[in-house]
Design a protein around this ligand. Structure first.
Ligand code: ARG
Length: 409
């Protein structure tokens, strides 16, 4: 086969054991040129120069490293903050928000490299395959996704054997049973002992980012976040862009033990899985945003927003970033965030984040109305008529119920 007819496959490459085995395997099985793409979404520990080098030494025809931190923060995390997005009330969707962007970058590079083949290392049991493949084909229906892990049935041991046969460097972490994914919005750890919900998670062993609450400083730390139309724009009075703000807040919150989330999660592929998340900045930002929004919105806006945000989180979790309904929800969310402007101060202390004060020019709060002190802005006697009207149907229903019971006695 000559080079002009040789297939070309774009591989989403993390540099870990799975995708390194894939890189070799794809060249072998498809007789293809493999172009790797490694995306920087703000994951803490990766050495991108070393990953690129590794890809090239394993025969990649080309190894792209793309810094997508700004796009990730502004196009994916910003709407998630405005939406108070938590799947099942607890998970800030860190992995779920990254996948549509990885898909978009892979499709862009596929176009650039004039191919329609994209390979990834997701298993056939998880959500990530669903998110990547739906997003990629929503952008371009010509794209074909290759997911060898779904087919090859190699266990960890076979992968390690394959790697040593093919001179693929086996990272020291290869004996770790955990599946880890991280970016600036959070880190997920699954597998190993975590798969046994009746067993406690060995936190000291697997918590890599956050200082455990018991080891966190005895002195609390206060952070003040300024929000402008629903988005954080300053940390402790210092204006910064979203990437910088999230990065700095991650360091502060992680040092105080904030953002550890243990969750038995309902995957869209049916199974329940136990996950261990470390999401320091996300935990603080979502809390502060939600409390500020609550402060400036009416009772009706607040109760409706919670329905919208549940749906938003579910669609994103379920891989439907390109679902038109999400855009319709975004229109509501953007409108509802117009007045989410102000300052929120959060106390970080040994694993808990608590809002201790807030101010906003749009606050619907009026001290004169709420006070227990004598005040004349609300006439308390008005409450008598209100109670009669408000309770009318409930009281009537009770009377009718009692009346019918007597009749049948
Ligand atoms: N359970 C989370 C989710 O579905 C995290 C998945 C982590 N992915 C991984 N390949 N380790 O979003």
């Amino acid at each position: 086969m000559n080079n002009t007819t040789k297939k070309k496959i774009i591989l989403l490459y993390s540099g870990g054991l799975d995708t390194s085995v894939l890189l070799t395997w794809l060249q072998e099985h498809y007789q293809a040129d493999v172009v790797t793409v490694t995306v920087d979404l703000g994951q803490a520990k990766d050495d991108f120069a070393a990953i690129k080098q590794k890809a090239l030494s394993l025969g990649a025809a080309q190894a792209y490293v793309i810094d997508a931190k700004k796009e990730f923060a502004e196009q994916y995390l910003a709407p998630a903050i405005k939406a108070n997005a938590l799947y099942q009330g607890v998970y800030p969707l860190s992995t779920a928000l990254g996948r549509p962007l990885l898909a978009k970058i892979a499709v862009d590079i596929a176009h650039q490299e004039k191919t329609n083949l994209i390979a990834h290392g997701c298993t056939g049991k998880g959500n990530d395959q669903v998110r990547l493949e739906i997003s990629a084909t929503a952008i371009d229906p010509q794209i074909q996704c290759i997911a060898p892990v779904r087919e090859w049935n190699m266990g960890r041991d076979e992968e390690i054997a394959y790697a040593s046969e093919h001179h693929i460097p086996i990272p020291v972490t290869a004996d770790s049973p955990y599946s880890i994914d991280d970016n600036m919005w959070g880190k997920s750890t699954e597998g190993g002992i975590i798969e046994h919900p009746d067993q406690p998670i060995p936190q000291a062993e697997i918590t890599r980012w956050i200082t455990l609450p018991e080891n966190a400083p005895n002195t609390p730390c206060e952070v003040t976040l300024h929000f402008q139309q629903g988005l954080p724009t300053a940390l402790n009075g210092q204006g910064m862009d979203l990437v910088q703000l999230i990065t700095e807040l991650n360091t502060l919150a992680a040092a105080h033990g904030i953002g550890i989330i243990e969750h038995i999660e309902d995957r869209i592929v049916g199974i329940k899985v136990r996950d261990y998340y470390e999401c320091p900045a996300a935990t603080v930002l979502l809390l502060a945003h939600q409390k500020l929004q609550h402060y400036v919105s009416t009772i009706h806006e607040n109760s409706f927003a919670s329905i919208i945000q549940d749906k938003w989180a579910y669609l994103v979790y379920a891989g439907l970033w390109y679902e038109p309904l999400l855009q319709h929800l975004n229109a509501f969310i953007t409108a509802a965030n117009k007045k989410v402007t102000g300052d929120v101060t959060v106390k970080l202390y040994k694993g808990s984040a608590t809002v201790i004060s807030r101010t906003s020019p749009y606050a619907l709060y009026d001290t004169h109305h709420a006070t227990f002190m004598a005040d004349h802005t609300l006439d308390q006697k008005d409450a008598v008529g209100f109670i009669k009207h408000w309770g009318l149907q409930t009281i009537l229903a009770q009377q009718i119920n009692q009346h019918n019971h007597h009749d049948h006695d």
